[in-house]
Design a protein around this ligand. Structure first.
Ligand code: ZN
Length: 460
């Protein structure tokens, strides 16, 4: 008999929507000022984790509150364990909101609120998927474990504690509903380093720009000594390349110009979508003061894949390396570039470091980074999840993907990012007016139910 997963989750539709509203109402932004033993990420996160613990208990799950780092809900018995990793913390609700970020309003079948799509909605959808299977006696011969972390947004100390302090076992098969459908079977490694360069020309007083390694610099400032005709040369240079800029006398320093260049921010995993104001400014200064190495340094990074830097890598599934200069600053005569480096599975970080230094333009001390993640796209876990998504959603077009970013999947073994953002939907996570289409919320429930059921049937 073929199971109808849509029918299976249908009875919980109303309940799952009203529970999501309750869950969203809990402001679970990390707040270290209220952190203490048992609530390492503060009171709000604790309340959200408690909410899931209570819900689990009411439904007959085995509950472990994991010293306040995560809420773990387990159902079923057997050696085989299907793990689902979602998170209960949310990013701060900055910006202009149509409705209160923690007062979930439903308008035209869309629920607004911080956490609706990242990641309370998807996490609760997975809960109702498991509940539907459980209530119908379909968790048989395997165990399902839902884990809600309290610190995904600030670095994953929740799962770190869960796996490495509490020594919890890894799942046989796992997924994290904290990304996109269909699924992400590969994630580049993410690393970083500082590239130092000694400035040769004293006319450059300082250079600054950027706030984080993983964002393309959208604004950079240089202080340079005034000289005849300099402002006109700056203006014609930046007009020619078509970026905005300002030039004015420094308010603090005599005979010094302050030059600001404006680019376009983009995520560090896709530097090609941004315009790096810092690199353009460095390029101009190298050019203007005849410092060829400095100009070359900026050229090496303006091409974001590492081809000019001499450290380009690629692989079949994770594709090319990317280098994003996210912060520039001067300390004395030393220019420091903070670089976010993303790489496929065939990269040795020491080798990349040697290659960059072989160019003899400044120096990189060492490159640090985490492991890339890659599953065989033909493996049973990947094909099972993909099939569950395709057959339940009817979308056979959107391919399984690999990304340059990192998801929760990197923090657990045998775990892959699977939904629940649907292809074609505008992505509004971390933005004001974050929302979830209730249609998507409910669809993900039967997709997850089907996926869990099928994973439960896979050989160990
Ligand atoms: Zn998330």
């Amino acid at each position: 008999m073929k199971l109808d997963f849509k029918k299976l989750v249908k009875p919980y539709e109303k309940e799952s929507v009203s529970k999501l509203q309750e869950y969203i109402k809990i402001d679970s932004v990390n707040d270290m000022s209220t952190a203490k033993e048992g609530q390492p990420f503060g009171e709000g996160v604790k309340n959200a984790l408690d909410y899931m613990a209570k819900l689990g208990k009411e439904e007959g799950f085995e509950v472990d509150t994991c010293e306040g780092y995560c809420t773990e809900l387990t159902y079923g018995t057997g050696d085989k364990m299907i793990g689902i990793f979602a998170h209960a913390d949310v990013v701060p609700a900055t910006g202009e909101w149509k409705y209160g970020p923690f007062e979930p309003v439903i308008e035209d079948d869309v629920m607004y609120g911080r956490g609706t799509s990242d990641d309370k909605g998807p996490g609760l959808a997975a809960f109702y998927a498991v509940k539907a299977l459980k209530d119908n006696g379909l968790i048989d011969g395997y165990k399902v474990r839902l884990v809600y972390g309290g610190d995904e947004e600030l670095g994953g100390r929740c799962l770190e504690h869960y796996f490495h302090v509490l020594n919890k076992p890894s799942p046989t098969y796992g997924f994290t509903p904290d990304a996109e459908f269909p699924l992400i079977y590969g994630e580049k490694g993410i690393g970083g380093y500082i590239h130092e360069y000694e400035l040769k020309n004293d006319n450059i007083i300082s250079l600054n720009g950027g706030t984080a390694a993983n964002i393309v610099i959208d604004e950079a400032t240089a202080l340079v000594k005034k000289e005849k005709d300099l402002d006109r040369q700056i203006a014609s240079y930046f007009k020619l390349i078509g970026v905005n800029f300002t030039i004015k006398e420094s308010p603090e320093l005599k005979d010094v110009l302050e030059v600001k260049v404006f680019g376009k921010a983009a995520h560090g995993s896709t530097p090609e979508y941004g315009i790096n104001a810092g690199l353009l400014l460095i390029k101009f200064l190298g050019h203007h003061y005849g410092d060829d190495a400095l100009e070359k340094l900026s050229d090496n990074y303006i091409e974001p894949t590492g081809k000019k830097l001499g450290a380009y890598y690629e692989s079949e599934f994770l594709h090319n390396s990317t280098y994003n200069v996210g912060i520039i600053k001067t300390e004395g005569r030393t220019l420091k570039l903070t670089v976010n480096f993303r790489y496929p599975e065939n990269v040795d970080l020491d080798d990349a470091c040697r290659k960059i230094n072989a160019q003899n333009i400044g120096k990189v001390e060492s490159i640090k980074g985490g492991k890339p993640l890659l599953f065989d796209p033909k493996s049973p876990m990947v094909t099972t999840l993909l099939k569950a998504y395709q057959e339940e959603s009817g979308d056979y077009e959107t391919p399984a993907m690999t990304i340059g970013g990192g998801t929760y999947a990197k923090e657990c073994e045998n775990t892959i990012a699977f939904g629940s953002h649907f292809p074609g939907r505008a992505d509004n996570i971390h933005s004001p007016n974050e929302n979830i289409h209730l249609e998507d919320y409910l669809s993900s429930q039967y997709i997850y139910a089907r996926a869990i059921y099928d994973l439960g049937k896979l050989e160990k």
